[in-house]
Design a protein around this ligand. Structure first.
Ligand code: NAP
Length: 283
Protein backbone atom coordinates (compact mmCIF):
# COMPACT_ATOMS: atom_id res chain seq x y z
CA UNK A 1 0.00 0.00 0.00
CA UNK A 2 1.26 3.50 -0.85
CA UNK A 3 1.61 5.92 2.04
CA UNK A 4 -0.44 9.10 2.17
CA UNK A 5 0.16 11.88 4.67
CA UNK A 6 -2.79 14.22 5.19
CA UNK A 7 -2.27 17.40 7.20
CA UNK A 8 -5.20 19.33 8.65
CA UNK A 9 -7.12 16.07 8.99
CA UNK A 10 -9.28 17.44 11.80
CA UNK A 11 -10.51 20.09 9.38
CA UNK A 12 -13.29 20.24 6.80
CA UNK A 13 -11.38 18.98 3.77
CA UNK A 14 -8.67 16.88 5.43
CA UNK A 15 -11.24 14.75 7.27
CA UNK A 16 -13.00 13.92 3.97
CA UNK A 17 -9.70 13.11 2.28
CA UNK A 18 -8.89 10.65 5.07
CA UNK A 19 -12.37 9.09 4.85
CA UNK A 20 -12.13 8.81 1.08
CA UNK A 21 -8.67 7.22 0.85
CA UNK A 22 -8.65 5.14 4.04
CA UNK A 23 -8.34 1.48 3.04
CA UNK A 24 -6.80 2.29 -0.33
CA UNK A 25 -3.71 4.02 1.09
CA UNK A 26 -1.88 3.68 4.34
CA UNK A 27 -2.75 6.98 5.93
CA UNK A 28 -1.02 9.12 8.50
CA UNK A 29 -3.19 12.01 9.63
CA UNK A 30 -1.31 13.71 12.45
CA UNK A 31 -3.09 16.31 14.54
CA UNK A 32 -1.70 19.77 15.04
CA UNK A 33 -0.01 18.61 18.28
CA UNK A 34 1.72 15.69 16.61
CA UNK A 35 2.96 17.60 13.57
CA UNK A 36 3.13 21.38 13.79
CA UNK A 37 3.70 22.47 10.20
CA UNK A 38 5.36 25.72 11.28
CA UNK A 39 8.29 23.79 12.79
CA UNK A 40 10.63 23.18 9.88
CA UNK A 41 13.01 20.68 11.48
CA UNK A 42 10.17 18.73 13.12
CA UNK A 43 8.38 18.49 9.79
CA UNK A 44 11.47 17.18 8.01
CA UNK A 45 12.30 14.70 10.76
CA UNK A 46 8.78 13.30 10.86
CA UNK A 47 8.58 12.93 7.09
CA UNK A 48 12.02 11.28 7.00
CA UNK A 49 10.76 8.86 9.62
CA UNK A 50 7.37 8.01 8.05
CA UNK A 51 8.41 8.41 4.39
CA UNK A 52 5.11 9.13 2.63
CA UNK A 53 4.65 8.57 -1.10
CA UNK A 54 2.10 11.39 -1.25
CA UNK A 55 1.31 14.43 0.84
CA UNK A 56 -2.02 16.25 0.77
CA UNK A 57 -1.43 19.42 2.71
CA UNK A 58 -4.77 20.75 4.01
CA UNK A 59 -3.59 22.42 7.25
CA UNK A 60 -4.10 26.17 7.21
CA UNK A 61 -5.86 29.14 8.67
CA UNK A 62 -8.71 28.97 6.18
CA UNK A 63 -10.81 31.81 7.58
CA UNK A 64 -10.19 35.06 5.69
CA UNK A 65 -11.17 37.24 8.66
CA UNK A 66 -8.93 35.32 11.04
CA UNK A 67 -5.96 35.91 8.72
CA UNK A 68 -6.59 39.67 8.89
CA UNK A 69 -6.92 39.51 12.68
CA UNK A 70 -3.82 37.37 13.15
CA UNK A 71 -1.50 38.29 10.28
CA UNK A 72 1.74 36.96 11.75
CA UNK A 73 0.28 33.66 12.88
CA UNK A 74 -1.59 33.13 9.63
CA UNK A 75 1.50 33.94 7.55
CA UNK A 76 3.52 31.45 9.60
CA UNK A 77 0.93 28.72 9.02
CA UNK A 78 -0.29 29.50 5.50
CA UNK A 79 3.06 30.41 3.96
CA UNK A 80 5.93 29.07 6.08
CA UNK A 81 3.98 25.94 7.00
CA UNK A 82 3.22 25.17 3.35
CA UNK A 83 6.85 25.77 2.39
CA UNK A 84 8.03 23.45 5.16
CA UNK A 85 5.71 20.72 3.89
CA UNK A 86 6.69 21.18 0.23
CA UNK A 87 10.39 21.20 1.06
CA UNK A 88 10.29 18.15 3.31
CA UNK A 89 8.12 16.24 0.82
CA UNK A 90 10.67 17.03 -1.89
CA UNK A 91 13.50 15.79 0.31
CA UNK A 92 11.83 12.43 0.92
CA UNK A 93 10.62 12.07 -2.68
CA UNK A 94 6.90 12.39 -1.91
CA UNK A 95 4.49 14.04 -4.36
CA UNK A 96 3.10 17.07 -2.59
CA UNK A 97 -0.35 18.57 -3.21
CA UNK A 98 -0.89 21.97 -1.58
CA UNK A 99 -4.23 23.69 -1.07
CA UNK A 100 -4.29 27.14 -2.56
CA UNK A 101 -7.41 29.18 -3.29
CA UNK A 102 -9.44 31.03 -5.91
CA UNK A 103 -8.94 34.04 -3.60
CA UNK A 104 -5.70 34.71 -5.50
CA UNK A 105 -8.01 36.08 -8.22
CA UNK A 106 -10.16 38.18 -5.86
CA UNK A 107 -8.68 41.61 -6.66
CA UNK A 108 -8.36 41.00 -10.37
CA UNK A 109 -9.99 43.35 -12.86
CA UNK A 110 -9.78 40.62 -15.51
CA UNK A 111 -13.06 38.83 -16.13
CA UNK A 112 -13.24 35.09 -15.45
CA UNK A 113 -12.89 32.28 -16.13
CA UNK A 114 -9.40 32.98 -14.81
CA UNK A 115 -6.39 31.16 -16.13
CA UNK A 116 -3.45 29.98 -14.08
CA UNK A 117 -0.96 31.91 -16.19
CA UNK A 118 -2.71 35.26 -15.60
CA UNK A 119 -1.06 37.95 -13.52
CA UNK A 120 -3.12 37.47 -10.39
CA UNK A 121 -4.13 40.04 -7.84
CA UNK A 122 -5.33 38.76 -4.46
CA UNK A 123 -7.91 40.96 -2.75
CA UNK A 124 -7.06 40.14 0.87
CA UNK A 125 -4.27 38.86 3.12
CA UNK A 126 -5.44 35.25 2.90
CA UNK A 127 -5.16 35.44 -0.91
CA UNK A 128 -1.71 37.05 -0.67
CA UNK A 129 -0.60 34.29 1.69
CA UNK A 130 -1.86 31.62 -0.69
CA UNK A 131 -0.07 33.27 -3.61
CA UNK A 132 3.18 33.62 -1.65
CA UNK A 133 2.89 29.95 -0.64
CA UNK A 134 2.40 28.88 -4.27
CA UNK A 135 5.47 30.80 -5.39
CA UNK A 136 7.75 29.73 -2.57
CA UNK A 137 6.65 26.10 -2.69
CA UNK A 138 7.53 26.02 -6.39
CA UNK A 139 10.98 27.39 -5.56
CA UNK A 140 11.75 24.79 -2.89
CA UNK A 141 9.98 21.91 -4.66
CA UNK A 142 9.31 22.37 -8.39
CA UNK A 143 7.47 19.03 -8.49
CA UNK A 144 4.88 20.27 -5.98
CA UNK A 145 1.34 20.95 -7.14
CA UNK A 146 -0.64 23.91 -5.83
CA UNK A 147 -4.38 23.48 -6.26
CA UNK A 148 -6.47 26.63 -6.45
CA UNK A 149 -9.60 25.40 -4.67
CA UNK A 150 -12.88 27.26 -4.76
CA UNK A 151 -15.35 27.52 -1.89
CA UNK A 152 -16.31 23.97 -0.93
CA UNK A 153 -19.48 22.46 0.53
CA UNK A 154 -20.84 19.18 1.77
CA UNK A 155 -24.36 18.01 2.47
CA UNK A 156 -23.61 15.88 5.49
CA UNK A 157 -24.62 17.16 8.93
CA UNK A 158 -22.25 19.73 10.33
CA UNK A 159 -19.80 18.07 12.75
CA UNK A 160 -18.86 19.69 16.04
CA UNK A 161 -16.09 22.27 15.54
CA UNK A 162 -16.45 22.20 11.75
CA UNK A 163 -16.97 25.46 9.88
CA UNK A 164 -20.12 25.77 7.81
CA UNK A 165 -20.26 26.28 4.06
CA UNK A 166 -22.53 27.64 1.35
CA UNK A 167 -24.92 24.68 1.17
CA UNK A 168 -25.34 24.00 4.86
CA UNK A 169 -25.79 27.72 5.59
CA UNK A 170 -28.45 27.91 2.87
CA UNK A 171 -30.25 24.86 4.27
CA UNK A 172 -30.13 26.25 7.81
CA UNK A 173 -31.49 29.62 6.69
CA UNK A 174 -34.32 27.96 4.76
CA UNK A 175 -35.52 26.41 8.01
CA UNK A 176 -35.95 29.88 9.56
CA UNK A 177 -38.18 32.79 8.54
CA UNK A 178 -35.10 34.84 7.67
CA UNK A 179 -34.81 36.67 4.35
CA UNK A 180 -32.00 35.25 2.25
CA UNK A 181 -29.66 37.79 0.64
CA UNK A 182 -27.14 36.98 -2.06
CA UNK A 183 -25.10 39.24 -4.28
CA UNK A 184 -25.80 39.62 -7.99
CA UNK A 185 -22.25 41.00 -8.25
CA UNK A 186 -20.42 37.95 -6.99
CA UNK A 187 -19.74 35.28 -9.61
CA UNK A 188 -17.89 32.16 -8.53
CA UNK A 189 -17.69 28.41 -8.73
CA UNK A 190 -18.52 26.41 -5.60
CA UNK A 191 -17.34 22.83 -5.34
CA UNK A 192 -18.56 19.64 -3.71
CA UNK A 193 -15.73 18.70 -1.32
CA UNK A 194 -16.36 15.03 -2.10
CA UNK A 195 -15.48 15.66 -5.72
CA UNK A 196 -12.33 17.48 -4.63
CA UNK A 197 -11.33 14.47 -2.53
CA UNK A 198 -12.09 12.08 -5.39
CA UNK A 199 -10.04 14.10 -7.91
CA UNK A 200 -6.94 14.31 -5.72
CA UNK A 201 -5.70 10.90 -6.75
CA UNK A 202 -5.50 11.99 -10.39
CA UNK A 203 -3.71 15.13 -9.23
CA UNK A 204 -0.88 12.94 -7.86
CA UNK A 205 0.20 12.47 -11.45
CA UNK A 206 0.15 16.15 -12.45
CA UNK A 207 3.39 17.90 -13.34
CA UNK A 208 4.60 20.40 -10.77
CA UNK A 209 2.80 23.75 -11.02
CA UNK A 210 -0.35 25.65 -10.20
CA UNK A 211 -3.78 24.36 -11.22
CA UNK A 212 -7.32 25.68 -10.89
CA UNK A 213 -9.08 22.90 -8.98
CA UNK A 214 -12.72 23.76 -8.55
CA UNK A 215 -16.08 23.53 -10.27
CA UNK A 216 -16.83 25.73 -13.26
CA UNK A 217 -19.62 28.25 -12.82
CA UNK A 218 -20.94 31.29 -14.59
CA UNK A 219 -23.78 32.65 -12.47
CA UNK A 220 -23.79 35.19 -9.67
CA UNK A 221 -24.60 33.91 -6.21
CA UNK A 222 -28.01 35.60 -6.39
CA UNK A 223 -28.92 34.22 -9.79
CA UNK A 224 -27.85 30.72 -8.87
CA UNK A 225 -29.82 30.70 -5.63
CA UNK A 226 -32.79 32.19 -7.51
CA UNK A 227 -32.66 29.22 -9.89
CA UNK A 228 -32.91 26.87 -6.88
CA UNK A 229 -35.93 28.78 -5.57
CA UNK A 230 -37.59 28.30 -8.96
CA UNK A 231 -36.55 24.69 -9.35
CA UNK A 232 -37.67 23.58 -5.88
CA UNK A 233 -40.71 25.83 -5.60
CA UNK A 234 -39.44 27.77 -2.58
CA UNK A 235 -41.11 31.07 -1.65
CA UNK A 236 -39.27 33.67 -3.76
CA UNK A 237 -40.48 36.47 -1.48
CA UNK A 238 -37.80 35.30 0.91
CA UNK A 239 -34.94 35.96 -1.51
CA UNK A 240 -33.42 39.41 -1.90
CA UNK A 241 -30.63 40.90 -3.96
CA UNK A 242 -27.74 42.05 -1.81
CA UNK A 243 -26.72 45.06 -3.89
CA UNK A 244 -24.12 46.34 -1.42
CA UNK A 245 -21.70 43.43 -1.46
CA UNK A 246 -19.35 43.81 -4.42
CA UNK A 247 -21.63 46.57 -5.74
CA UNK A 248 -18.78 48.97 -6.40
CA UNK A 249 -16.38 46.34 -7.66
CA UNK A 250 -18.13 43.21 -8.93
CA UNK A 251 -16.18 40.05 -8.22
CA UNK A 252 -15.60 37.19 -10.61
CA UNK A 253 -13.68 34.23 -9.19
CA UNK A 254 -14.62 31.70 -11.86
CA UNK A 255 -11.76 29.50 -12.97
CA UNK A 256 -10.83 28.12 -16.37
CA UNK A 257 -10.83 24.33 -16.53
CA UNK A 258 -8.52 24.04 -19.55
CA UNK A 259 -5.25 23.21 -17.80
CA UNK A 260 -6.90 20.78 -15.38
CA UNK A 261 -8.90 19.08 -18.14
CA UNK A 262 -5.61 18.72 -20.03
CA UNK A 263 -4.46 16.62 -17.06
CA UNK A 264 -7.61 14.46 -17.36
CA UNK A 265 -9.39 15.98 -14.33
CA UNK A 266 -12.95 17.30 -14.50
CA UNK A 267 -15.38 18.95 -12.10
CA UNK A 268 -19.16 19.07 -12.50
CA UNK A 269 -20.73 22.47 -13.09
CA UNK A 270 -21.47 24.34 -9.85
CA UNK A 271 -25.19 24.80 -10.40
CA UNK A 272 -25.82 21.32 -11.81
CA UNK A 273 -24.02 19.58 -8.97
CA UNK A 274 -25.72 21.66 -6.29
CA UNK A 275 -29.09 21.00 -7.89
CA UNK A 276 -28.38 17.26 -7.90
CA UNK A 277 -27.27 17.34 -4.25
CA UNK A 278 -30.37 19.33 -3.26
CA UNK A 279 -32.57 16.89 -5.16
CA UNK A 280 -31.02 13.96 -3.27
CA UNK A 281 -31.54 15.52 0.13
CA UNK A 282 -34.67 14.53 1.93
CA UNK A 283 -36.62 17.65 2.87
N1 NAP B 1 -13.01 25.35 2.97
C1 NAP B 1 -13.02 25.96 1.80
O1 NAP B 1 -14.08 26.26 1.23
C2 NAP B 1 -11.70 26.29 1.12
C3 NAP B 1 -11.72 27.01 -0.09
C4 NAP B 1 -10.53 27.27 -0.76
C5 NAP B 1 -9.32 26.84 -0.20
N2 NAP B 1 -9.32 26.18 0.99
C6 NAP B 1 -8.05 25.71 1.54
O2 NAP B 1 -8.14 24.30 1.65
C7 NAP B 1 -7.42 23.84 2.80
C8 NAP B 1 -8.35 23.05 3.72
O3 NAP B 1 -9.38 23.94 4.17
P1 NAP B 1 -10.38 23.53 5.32
O4 NAP B 1 -11.61 24.34 5.14
O5 NAP B 1 -10.45 22.05 5.41
O6 NAP B 1 -9.61 24.08 6.61
P2 NAP B 1 -10.07 23.97 8.14
O7 NAP B 1 -11.33 23.21 8.26
O8 NAP B 1 -10.02 25.35 8.69
O9 NAP B 1 -8.94 23.09 8.79
C9 NAP B 1 -7.64 23.58 8.98
C10 NAP B 1 -6.79 22.50 9.62
O10 NAP B 1 -5.46 23.01 9.76
C11 NAP B 1 -4.95 22.57 11.00
N3 NAP B 1 -3.84 23.43 11.45
C12 NAP B 1 -3.87 24.76 11.67
N4 NAP B 1 -2.66 25.18 12.07
C13 NAP B 1 -1.84 24.11 12.07
C14 NAP B 1 -0.47 23.89 12.38
N5 NAP B 1 0.36 24.90 12.76
N6 NAP B 1 0.06 22.64 12.26
C15 NAP B 1 -0.74 21.60 11.89
N7 NAP B 1 -2.06 21.74 11.59
C16 NAP B 1 -2.60 22.97 11.68
C17 NAP B 1 -6.17 22.62 11.92
O11 NAP B 1 -5.95 21.84 13.05
P3 NAP B 1 -6.30 22.44 14.50
O12 NAP B 1 -7.75 22.79 14.46
O13 NAP B 1 -5.94 21.36 15.44
O14 NAP B 1 -5.44 23.67 14.64
C18 NAP B 1 -7.25 22.04 11.00
O15 NAP B 1 -7.20 20.63 11.03
C19 NAP B 1 -6.81 25.10 3.42
O16 NAP B 1 -5.53 25.30 2.88
C20 NAP B 1 -7.73 26.21 2.94
O17 NAP B 1 -7.09 27.46 2.93
C21 NAP B 1 -10.48 25.90 1.65
Amino acid sequence: MKRLLVTGASGFMGSRVVDFYGGKYEIWAPGHGELDITKESQVLKKLQHWRPDYVVHCAAISDIGQCEREPERSWAINVEGAVNMAKAAGEVGAKCLLCSSDQVYAGSSVKGPHQEREKVCPGNLYGREKLAAEERCMEVNPDSVSLRLSWMYDSRTLQQGEHSDFLRTLLAKLKTQETLRYSPNDIRGITDVNQVAENLEAAFTLEGGVYNFGAPGSKSMYHMVYSFFERFGWDKQRLEKDQESYGEKPRDLTMSQAKLNGGGIYFADTQERLEAVLTDLSW
